[in-house]
Structure formats: structure tokens, C-alpha cells
Write a protein that binds this ligand. Structure first.
Ligand SMILES: Cc1ncc(COP(=O)(O)O)c(C=O)c1O
Length: 374
């Protein structure tokens, strides 16, 4: 244990030791953080759905009707009617032939990549892709070629220079989780077609928020596989991969993070179904509009045009100090440090929610000015 303690001390010395902050009360635009009430700028609950009565009712009703646990993996005895109904609903929403549920987005990305490619294949991966895509590449044992962030020209060069492979796969976030910017999807799909590659896109931070009915950024572009989470804007838990039927079927056969794990609990599935229905309704449209208005409001004050605003600080320790200084002012913007972001690029990751008020946004902008961050 002394060696383990020394390792933990090394993390602390580098300003990289993390701790789980106690959050009390429901996930909302205001939460109690470390016992202090604060405006929540750190959540992926972009539309405020996590505490929405429609999801509560759906989950409670499903628990009454079906019980809680699925009892087994999907391929053994856990393929229940709500799972099948949700997959059909997701495919309809996404406009794809099929969809497959995974227990988390992390597992979806592991399974999507390692289910499609292996040691005779090559994956092309954006340098700022989410850790779960990176880990999927590692698990797959495919040759992984990292291209410059959101740089279609660099990807084109790397595709042209890559040797023979049984299969080529391009993987990217659509909205990057820690930067809030977007992949050049049209160009990436064109490259995929030109070089006979598949393209898989992680829509974790786009679904719910962007596109018609919150469908994300891939609709109509010819992306082969769209992965999305049910745990961020959709306010619940779980994930899916949607695409052409043979690709989804291959994942069902080969994605070990799908095959060897228990199916999602039924109330979780029912809440996700209710969330997708809600997105296409009046309330969903109004929430997306409110969030888009907040994005414009911040952009008019010099911030990037995104619901995810990276506020670059640089050093890990300085970032955490500024995060604490904001918390002392009743504003919760979690500091993000390596390995989540590259060394020297620690930052505050400010996430906007439809349920924020303009007064809350104003207090953030004022506090950042007062701390001379912006
Ligand atoms: C881009 C991206 N992909 C995948 C995930 C993983 O999703 P989940 O939280 O459902 O495991 C996350 C966040 O956690 C993410 O930001």
C-alpha cells in the first residue's frame, strides 16, 4: 500500500488528483455542491430532462409494469419488449434501418470499434476524440492512425498514405466533448466514400440539442454508424449505435461490451423512450430554442458559439483554483485536467442548459471578468 500511496501523492503533487464532489438535490440548473448552493455549469443535462416529470412517470410506470432489472444479457434472456421498442424508436428517430442499445456510451464506443475492426484493419481517429473512442481503438487491436483535430486535409493525406487493410474506419466525435467545436462531417463522409472506409460518429454531445427533433448532426449525411448516449441531453442513462441493418447485426454478434453484459433496467429504457418522444414535441422544441438563445447570448459576448464553452487556463492547479473561486461566488464550473484534456490545456468546461436564466449567465460572465479570465 505504501507504493499505492506514493502514486496517489504523485498525482496530488502534479495537481492531478481528482475527487468526487458531493452534489445534493436533483440534477438541475442549480445544485448544492460541497454543501453550497451554486448555478450548475458542469452538467451534460443540457435540456433539463434529468429531473423532468415525463421521465419520472415513464420510469415509475415501467417499474410497476415490468419490475426493475432485465435479469440477463440481451442474447440470453434479457431481450424484453421495452428494449425492442426503444431500438425501433431510436431507428425511426435517426432514420436508420436499425439500432442497438448499449449499457453506457463508453461501452457503446468500445463495442462499436472493436466489433467492426480487428488486427487486419486500420482506424483513423481525430486527436481530440473522447477517451471511449480511444479505448475502443486500443481494444480492437487495429492499426490506429491519429489525424489532426477536425482536419479533413490531414485525414485525406493519411488515408492516401495508409497501406492495404481489410477494413478502414474513420471515428470522430460530432461535437467535441471538451472543446464544444464540431467535426467537418460532410468532408469526412466524402473522404470515407473516396477511400472505401466506414465512418462512425459519436453524437454524445449533439443528440437532443442539435438537429431536427434533436436528432444530432449526422442526419442525411451518409454516416455509417451513429453512436449516441441516453445519459446527457436525454437525461437518463445508456446508449445506442444506429445504422444499416448488417452493421448493427455485426455489432450484435461481435461487440463484446454488448454481448457480455446485462441488459439495461426497464425503467431506464422507458425513461429514454419518453425522452425521445419529448424531444419531438412542443416542450422539446422550446427547450432547444432556449438553449440556442443562450448560445447566441454568450456568443454575442465573445464566447465560442456552442453549448460547451472551454475556458482555457493552462495549468492544472491554476484551473482548480479558479474553479474554487467561482464556486465561492455560487457558480459551479468544474476544472478539467489531463488526461481528459492534453497537458497544458487545463480548462473550465462551461456547459449551458436550456433551464439556465439570463441572470445566471450574466453572473458567470461578470465573475469571469472579475477574475480576469475573460
Ligand atoms: C463524446 C463522448 N462519448 C461517449 C461518452 C460516454 O458516454 P456514457 O457517459 O454514456 O458512458 C461521453 C461521456 O461520458 C462523451 O463525452
Amino acid at each position: 500500500l505504501d507504493k499505492v500511496r506514493a502514486e496517489l501523492q504523485q498525482l496530488a503533487d502534479a495537481g492531478l488528483r481528482r475527487r468526487m464532489r458531493p452534489i445534493d438535490g436533483p440534477q438541475a440548473a442549480e445544485v448544492v455542491v460541497d454543501g453550497r448552493r451554486a448555478v450548475n455549469f458542469s452538467s451534460n443535462n443540457y435540456l433539463g430532462l434529468a429531473g423532468h416529470p415525463a421521465l419520472q412517470r415513464a420510469a415509475a410506470g415501467a417499474a410497476e409494469e415490468h419490475g426493475f432489472g432485465a435479469g440477463a444479457s440481451r442474447l440470453i434472456a434479457g431481450n424484453l419488449a421495452p428494449h425492442r421498442a426503444l431500438e425501433e424508436r431510436i431507428a425511426r428517430w435517426k432514420g436508420t434501418e436499425a439500432a442497438l442499445l448499449f449499457s453506457t456510451g463508453y461501452q457503446a464506443n468500445l463495442g462499436m470499434i472493436s466489433g467492426l475492426v480487428g488486427s487486419e484493419d486500420t482506424v483513423f481517429s481525430d486527436e481530440l476524440n473522447h477517451a471511449s473512442l480511444i479505448d475502443g481503438c486500443r481494444l480492437s487491436r487495429a492499426r490506429t492512425v491519429v489525424y489532426r483535430h477536425a482536419d479533413a486535409d490531414d485525414l485525406a493525406r493519411k488515408l492516401a498514405a495508409s497501406g492495404p487493410a481489410r477494413r478502414r474506419l474513420i471515428v470522430t466525435d460530432s461535437v467535441f466533448s471538451m472543446d464544444g467545436d464540431r467535426a467537418p462531417l460532410v468532408e469526412l463522409v466524402a473522404l470515407a466514400r473516396r477511400y472505401e472506409a466506414l465512418i462512425a460518429v459519436d453524437e454524445a454531445h449533439a443528440v437532443g440539442v442539435l438537429g431536427e427533433d434533436g436528432v444530432g448532426l449526422c442526419a442525411g449525411l451518409g454516416v455509417d454508424l451513429q453512436m449516441g448516449t441516453l445519459g446527457k441531453a436525454l437525461g437518463g442513462f445508456g446508449a445506442y449505435v444506429a445504422g444499416a441493418a448488417p452493421l448493427v447485426e455485426l455489432l450484435l454478434q461481435r461487440a463484446r461490451s454488448f454481448v457480455f453484459t446485462t441488459a439495461l433496467p426497464v425503467p431506464v429504457v422507458a425513461a429514454a423512450h419518453a425522452a425521445i418522444d419529448w424531444l419531438s414535441g412542443d416542450e422539446g422544441r422550446a427547450a432547444r430554442r432556449r438553449l440556442a438563445d443562450h448560445v447566441d447570448w454568450m456568443a454575442n459576448r465573445g464566447f465560442p458559439r456552442s453549448h460547451i464553452l472551454p475556458i482555457q487556463i493552462g495549468g492544472a492547479r491554476a484551473t482548480m483554483e479558479i474553479s474554487e473561486a467561482l464556486l465561492a461566488r455560487g457558480l459551479f464550473a468544474q476544472g478539467i485536467r489531463p488526461p481528459t484534456v492534453p497537458p497544458g490545456t487545463s480548462r473550465l468546461r462551461v456547459a449551458l442548459m436550456a433551464t439556465h436564466t439570463e441572470a445566471q449567465l450574466t453572473s458567470l460572465v461578470d465573475a469571469l471578468a472579475e477574475l480576469r479570465i475573460r
